[in-house]
Design a protein around this ligand. Structure first.
Ligand SMILES: NC(=O)c1ccc[n+]([C@@H]2O[C@H](COP(=O)([O-])OP(=O)(O)OC[C@H]3O[C@@H](n4cnc5c(N)ncnc54)[C@H](OP(=O)(O)O)[C@@H]3O)[C@@H](O)[C@H]2O)c1
Length: 304
C-alpha cells in the first residue's frame, strides 16, 4: 500500500500577472499539468479573471506589489516564480526586481521573467524600447542567487490577425520591408503558455529556452494566408529596412505615446528587428516537452 506521507508534494508555482492574457493561460496549463498555482493579484482587484482563476483551481493571494516583505510572505513554499506581468520600466524592471528579491528571500529555487519575445539577447540597445527593459532586468537576474529561465517565443502568431498589420486581409497583401525570404519565429500565445507551464514545473531548465511554433518568411505567410482564405494573396513592400527605420523615427516623433506599452512605433521596432534577421533563434528547444502540438500560422489565419 502507498504511504501517502511519502508522496511528493506537487510543485507550487507563484504566478504574477495571472489576470493577463498570457498569465491566465499559463495558470490553466499549470493546473492541467498537475501543479499548484498561487496567483498574486493586486489588492482589491476587480478583474473578472480573479474569480475565473479561483474557479479553475488557483489560489488567489492579494498583494501590494510595492511591498517586498508582503511579496516574500506570498512566495513562501513556491518551487518557481513565473512573471507574466506586462508594462514599462516600473513593471518590467522595478516591480519584477521586487518580485525577484522576494523570491530569493523566500528561498524559491527558480524564476521565469516576463520575457516572452523575440531573442533580445542578440539585439543592440536602442533597437526596441520594450526589449531593452528586458535585457536590463535580465542582467540583474543573472546576478541574483536563483536559477533563471527566459522563454523566448518570437512573435505571438495571434498578432497576425490583430495588432500586427502584416497580413492585410482587405487588400489581400502581406506587408513587409526588406527581404521577403528572411526566416522569422512565431508561436501562438496558447502554445507559449503551455510550454511555460511545462518549464515552470521542470526543475532542470537552462537559462534560455527558445521556441517557435513555426519559422516562416514573408513568402510563407503569403502562402499561409492564401491557403487559409482560399484567395490569392500578394505582397506589399514599401521599401527596405532603412525606410522602415525612418518611418519609426517619424511615427515616434509625431505620436510618441511614451506611456503606452505597445504604441505603434514599438510594434514597428518589433517588425524591424524580426525582418533584420538578428533575433532569429537557432537551435530551438521545441522538442523538450513532446506533448505540445505546435499551431501553424495557417491555422491561426483560418480561425480569425
Ligand atoms: N511576443 C509577443 O509577440 C508578445 C505579444 C504580446 C505580449 N507579449 C508579452 O507577454 C507578456 C504578457 O503580456 P499580456 O499581453 O498577457 O499582458 P496583459 O494582458 O496586459 O496582462 C498584464 C498582467 O500584468 C499585470 N500588471 C500590469 N501592471 C501591473 C501593476 N502595476 N501591478 C500589478 N500587476 C500589474 C496585470 O494585472 P491587472 O489585470 O490587475 O491589470 C495583468 O495580470 C508580456 O511580457 C508581454 O510583453 C509578447
Amino acid at each position: 500500500m502507498t504511504d501517502i506521507t511519502k508522496l511528493p508534494e506537487p510543485a507550487t508555482i507563484i504566478l504574477a500577472g495571472a489576470t493577463g492574457e498570457l498569465g491566465f493561460l499559463i495558470a490553466g496549463f499549470i493546473l492541467k499539468r498537475g501543479g499548484v498555482v498561487k496567483a498574486l493579484v493586486r489588492q482589491g482587484s476587480s478583474n473578472p479573471r480573479v474569480s475565473e482563476l479561483r474557479r479553475i483551481g488557483a489560489e488567489i493571494i492579494e498583494v501590494d506589489f510595492a511591498d517586498v516583505d508582503e511579496l516574500t510572505r506570498a512566495c513562501a513554499g513556491g518551487t518557481c516564480v513565473v512573471s507574466a506581468l506586462s508594462g514599462l520600466r516600473d513593471v518590467i524592471v522595478d516591480m519584477q526586481m521586487r518580485l525577484l528579491n522576494a523570491a530569493v528571500a523566500a528561498g524559491i529555487p527558480r524564476f521565469i521573467p516576463s520575457d516572452f519575445s523575440i531573442d533580445f539577447t542578440k539585439l543592440p540597445d536602442g533597437s526596441n524600447r520594450n526589449l531593452d527593459l528586458r535585457r536590463e532586468f535580465g542582467r540583474m537576474l543573472n546576478d541574483a542567487p536563483i536559477a533563471a529561465t527566459s522563454i523566448l517565443n518570437g512573435m505571438f502568431t495571434d498578432l497576425l490577425t490583430g495588432q500586427a498589420p502584416v497580413v492585410l486581409f482587405k487588400i489581400k497583401r502581406v506587408l513587409y520591408w526588406g527581404n521577403a525570404d528572411q526566416p522569422m519565429d512565431f508561436t501562438t500565445m496558447r502554445d507559449t503558455a503551455d510550454y511555460t507551464a511545462a518549464a515552470a514545473l521542470d526543475p532542470t531548465t537552462p537559462r534560455y529556452l527558445r521556441i517557435a511554433g513555426e519559422v516562416a518568411t514573408i513568402r510563407d505567410i503569403q502562402r499561409a494566408a492564401s491557403e487559409a482564405t482560399g484567395e490569392k494573396f500578394g505582397t506589399l513592400r514599401p521599401g527596405g529596412l532603412g525606410f522602415l527605420g525612418t518611418m519609426i523615427k517619424i511615427t515616434r516623433t509625431l505620436s510618441p505615446q511614451n506611456d503606452e506599452v505597445f504604441p505603434p512605433w514599438q510594434g514597428m521596432q518589433y517588425l524591424h528587428n524580426m525582418l533584420s534577421g538578428k533575433p532569429k533563434m537557432s537551435p530551438l528547444d521545441n522538442d523538450r516537452y513532446p506533448d505540445i502540438r505546435w499551431t501553424r500560422i495557417r491555422e491561426v489565419l483560418a480561425a480569425r
